[in-house]
Design a binder for this molecule. Structure first.
Ligand code: PA5
Length: 470
């Protein structure tokens, strides 16, 4: 589908980050006094485009061929399978979940097949045995296509799931088990690619310069999206449109650079928490995806020059209006340590009128004649007002509608914003040694060959004392 760019342009409203709205907000001078830093960050991201771990910046431009392969394979899966299951974790799961929630029907799996037009969709991103058992209770593996996604090809959680599923498939289908598994992984490294070649699985490749949390716009996200009937060309088109909007070194003309700069300046004022609060159930899991992107990219203990630091901003997910009745009290009256990002939608995909009734109760009846659409907009604006009145920094990203084109813009916006913020912080945005440490300790604990040293390290770590367990 083609979208009108101007009508579907997402907007960043940062009024409530400025001193005109909140006491410790910024002035225009704050940008001019940091011009050197901002320009350097812009240039660093520009120079890095397409290189090393910034291959994701090329994704809106270099996937014509793979998109055709994805669409053809997705068509086959939609036609021939009742269930489609992603096995993956972290960046290999959060993007597919977020896009599914954003674009597909909010009760997709409960729809009848004729309305869904594709298989039921599940993403298994944990190794809780109860969850695996529960999945096996609701799917028929003989009617299921599994998409095993792991960039490294060795993540314990994903490979555990693969081993279990492959064993079940093989016991039921013998040689035909291979027709129920599609691998999405690195072409050059890891075990999954070797397994896929040996078993003859259909395979999609994750480009070298695309890390897990930056991978939603490559086959990691595009293939599940296409199986779920999402228009991936429009998604990519939206990402490209946002990328085009972020080509200027002028912070006031580059939305992602502006958003990153605002967060960076806020961190310097002790705002160490970034709350992501979309006002749309469809965007609920965009907040989860953002939490990984922001947390894993910016939480670092080394500067680029190797000197020690402890940087980052803790991401928190919230949902409007649900969390107004849970978190907003803290946001309004608690410490001045947060920046709140609201995401609003101008035009929701459904309109629901509030029915007449309760005439004798004016405090209820005032709602009648309005729509739920008006109510959610009023609540978003009211919460923004209350938070601003309390002096807390916040800004709003407005989507004209929630569709593939605006989602593509949003994903690219957050990825670019993260890259700019990492450059401003002077850290390596694209590594994750803290995650690797945990992965390696797991390998050691479960006896993976080559991890003897790590096993010894763990054995020598301070042991827990019973006196502190009650
Ligand atoms: O962003 C990252 O690199 C990580 O969070 C990974 O996505 C996560 O650890 C899963 O890794 P893999 O895709 O290699 O299984």
């Amino acid at each position: 589908m083609r979208y009108n760019k101007k009508e579907m342009k997402i907007r960043l409203d940062y009024n409530n980050m400025m001193s005109t709205a909140v006491a410790d907000g910024f002035t225009d001078k704050d940008f001019s006094s940091r011009l050197g830093e901002i320009t350097n960050a812009f240039e660093a991201v520009k120079a890095g485009r397409g290189k090393n771990m910034m291959g994701w910046t090329d994704l809106p431009y270099n996937q014509t061929e793979v998109i055709e392969d994805i669409l053809a394979t997705a068509k086959y899966v939609r036609k021939n399978f009742e269930y489609f299951v992603v096995l993956g974790i972290g960046g290999s799961a959060l993007g597919p979940i977020a896009a599914f929630q954003a674009i597909c029907h909010l009760h997709y799996n409960d729809l009848p097949k004729r309305k869904r037009k594709g298989p039921k969709f599940y993403v298994e991103d944990n190794v809780d045995p109860e969850r695996m058992a529960a999945l096996l209770d609701v799917i028929d593996v003989e009617k299921t296509m599994f998409n095993v996604i792991t960039k490294s090809g060795s993540t314990s959680e994903t490979m555990t799931q693969y081993l279990i599923i492959n064993d079940i498939l093989t016991s039921k289908l013998g040689d035909k088990a291979k027709d129920h598994i599609i691998a999405t992984t690195s072409k050059a490294t890891g075990n999954l690619i070797k397994i896929a070649q040996k078993e003859g699985y259909k395979t999609f490749y994750i480009p070298d310069g695309v890390g897990g949390r930056f991978s939603e716009l490559c086959p990691v996200g595009l293939f599940p999206a296409a199986v779920n009937g999402i228009d991936i060309k429009a998604l990519i088109g939206g990402a490209k449109y946002m990328d085009e909007q972020c080509q200027s070194a002028n912070v006031k003309k580059n939305p992602a650079l502006m958003a990153g700069t605002l967060q960076y300046m806020a961190m310097q004022k002790g705002k160490n928490i970034s709350v992501m609060m979309p006002y749309a159930d469809g965007l609920k899991f965009i907040a989860d995806w953002y939490c990984q992107l922001w947390g894993e990219s910016l939480g670092k203990n080394k500067n680029l020059d190797g000197t020690a630091c402890n940087k980052g901003q803790t991401p928190v997910k919230a949902l409007g209006v649900t969390d107004q009745h849970s978190q907003v009290q803290l946001y309004a009256e608690g410490p001045f340590d947060k920046v709140i990002t609201f995401i609003g939608v101008d035009e929701y995909r459904s309109e629901v009128k509030i029915a007449n009734g309760c005439e004798e109760f004016p405090n209820v009846n005032f709602l009648c004649g309005h729509t739920m659409n008006e109510l959610i907009q009023a609540e978003r604006k009211a919460t923004e007002y209350a938070i601003t009145k309390a002096g807390k920094m916040n800004h709003t990203i407005m989507l004209p509608q929630l569709n593939e084109f605006t989602l593509g813009q949003l994903l690219m916006f957050f990825m670019l914003k993260t890259a700019y913020t990492g450059a401003l912080l002077g850290i390596d945005t694209f590594n994750q040694p803290g995650v690797e440490e945990g992965k390696n300790a797991t390998y050691a604990l479960l006896g993976r060959p080559g991890y003897d040293e790590k096993r010894a390290e763990l054995a020598n770590a301070p042991q827990k004392q019973n006196k502190y367990i009650i």
